[in-house]
Design a protein around this ligand. Structure first.
Ligand code: BG6
Length: 495
């Protein structure tokens, strides 16, 4: 196995999925706070009051009805409110990460903990100090923080009153938030990611529309919105990169994309072409802007196909060019199959549609298990961009059983990780500049897709269930001791 000497081994979480304390310390609400729990087959819902004050709910990917307002309905349980209470347990959690030998911990800052509504001119000092304490605690153990500035949690006020990222004004609010982070945590944090899985906005449209039975016109309208929203986020990201570099030239600032590793189902040239177009829309669209600093030629085709007339100014284009990222990071869980032919067997589950790959196994949530796809993605992306790469999410959501003596024998998780680590090593051997790996999540978290606790990802078990019952006690799974060994041997000992 060939991992560089300073390879950054660690784990990853997101504020809204671990912190809890949703209304403590001056924090304002985010959209995840009005999102219920779901299951593998039942979607998460967003709750609201309609224009007549009547409570209602919609699929988390759907739009609020005209005149409705977001609403925390006392009849529902909202899993992100408590999450796994890392807000109060961070010292204990960091000590456990240190015990595993982490070199890096990826986490995010809750925007509404620093700016409760998002529009304030100065931050909530209690929130600022909370994260300072967390970063100091990490540094105590020589763990490098890797901080995601936005991880799916725009303050609810910005969503409700300003229409969310459809509004250009959000750029300035985000930039103020990012600037505060760079200024306050200068010297404590060097690794930053501007937007988590920014490409989901366009990568997931076809899947979501299939789920919501959208017509072609509705789909086009969604694409138009997505490309506009993405433009504002990409400009916000580029401005943040420029400011982050000006505040501290040592800052290493990256983009973060979800992987849509697509294969053609057949050798029909139409399948090959369609697959390439999926790569363009789902992966290269955002990646190229982040890394090259401009929209690639194929974007004109996409905008034409969906009838887009985007609000893009000359100053925006100058900002994109000036704010290119230092590293490309991504989440990798599974791969997809693309075809122009009729599909007999479909993959099913949460956040997974399209043809089933007969060469792969699938998780209990319908996600394909494909370590070779990780190598494929690493090599393809490095070949395109030639800047350092980091895998900042990879893991298996699975049901865990706690034995009578409290032990948790999660060999399925170890069996998932082992070939992925081998895949990374092969990609490094093939010349890829991979600088780090943070598994998702190092500790059990609330699932973003289903809101479940039972879809467990951690090396550390948290005693918490889907109804919010549990002591929050932390315990070590078998995979905890295994990953400790992997890190100590710099990826040599993976048995
Ligand atoms: C990524 C997100 O999409 O995948 C995480 O960045 C998320 O926030 C992870 O938790 C796994 O997805 P899920 O739906 O199983 O939580």
């Amino acid at each position: 196995m060939s991992f560089p000497k300073n390879f950054l081994w660690g784990g990853a979480t997101a504020a809204n999925q671990v912190e809890g304390a949703w209304n403590e310390g001056g924090r304002g609400p985010a959209k995840t706070d009005v999102t219920t729990g779901g299951t593998v087959s039942e979607p998460r819902y967003i709750t609201y009051l309609d224009k007549d004050g009547k409570p209602g709910k919609i699929n988390q990917f759907d739009r609020l009805p005209e005149g409705a307002t977001y609403y925390v309905n006392p009849d529902y349980y909202y899993p992100n409110h408590k999450a796994v209470d890392q807000y109060h347990h961070y010292k204990e959690d960091i000590a456990l990460f240190a015990e595993m030998g982490y070199k890096v911990y990826r986490m995010s800052i809750s925007w509404s903990r620093l700016f409760p509504k998002g529009i304030e001119k100065t931050p909530n000092q209690e929130g600022v100090e909370h994260y300072r304490d967390v970063f100091k605690e990490l540094r105590k153990y020589n763990i490098e923080p890797l901080v995601t500035i936005w991880h799916f949690d725009t303050p609810l006020y910005l969503e409700q009153e300003l229409g969310g990222w459809q509004n250009r004004e959000l750029i300035e609010h985000y930039v103020r938030f990012a600037t505060t982070c760079f200024t306050e945590y200068k010297g404590l944090v060097h690794y930053w990611l501007t937007f988590n899985e920014i490409n989901n906005a366009c990568a997931f449209i076809d899947m979501v529309n299939e789920m919501l039975h959208m017509t072609k016109e509705e789909t086009d309208a969604r694409y138009r919105e997505a490309y506009q929203l993405l433009h504002y986020q990409l400009v916000a990201s580029a401005k943040a990169v420029q400011i982050g570099h000006a505040i501290d030239p040592d800052n290493m600032i990256g983009c973060m994309l979800s992987t849509n590793c697509a294969y053609p189902m057949t050798c029909d040239p139409e399948d090959a072409l369609k697959t390439e177009h999926v790569w363009e829309n789902a992966t290269y669209y955002c990646g190229d802007v982040h890394v090259f600093g401009y929209y690639s030629p194929f974007t004109k085709r996409l905008w034409r196909e969906h009838g887009c007339e985007l609000d893009i100014t000359d100053q925006d284009l100058a900002d994109l060019a000036a704010g290119t990222v230092d590293m490309y990071t991504f989440s990798y869980y599974s791969s997809n199959v693309v075809t122009t032919h009729d599909v007999t067997e479909k993959s099913g589950g949460n956040m997974s549609t399209g043809a089933k790959n007969p060469y792969l196994q699938y998780s209990d949530w319908g996600w394909s298990l494909d370590p070779t796809g990780m190598q494929y993605f690493l090599e393809k992306i490095y070949d395109r961009y030639r800047i350092p790469l980091m895998i900042v999410e990879n893991g298996l959501g699975a049901y865990d059983t706690v034995e009578e003596d409290g032990s948790i024998h999660d060999d399925y998780r170890i069996d998932y990780y082992r070939p992925h680590i081998q895949a990374m090593s092969r990609a490094i051997d093939n010349g890829v500049d991979l600088i780090g790996y943070t598994t998702w999540g190092c500790i059990d978290v609330v699932s973003a897709g289903t809101g479940e606790m039972r879809k467990r990802y951690g090396f550390i078990y948290v005693d918490m269930d889907d109804e919010g019952k549990g002591s929050m006690a932390r315990s070590r799974k078998d995979s905890f001791f295994w990953y400790k060994k992997v890190i100590a041997s710099n990826g040599e000992d993976i048995d």
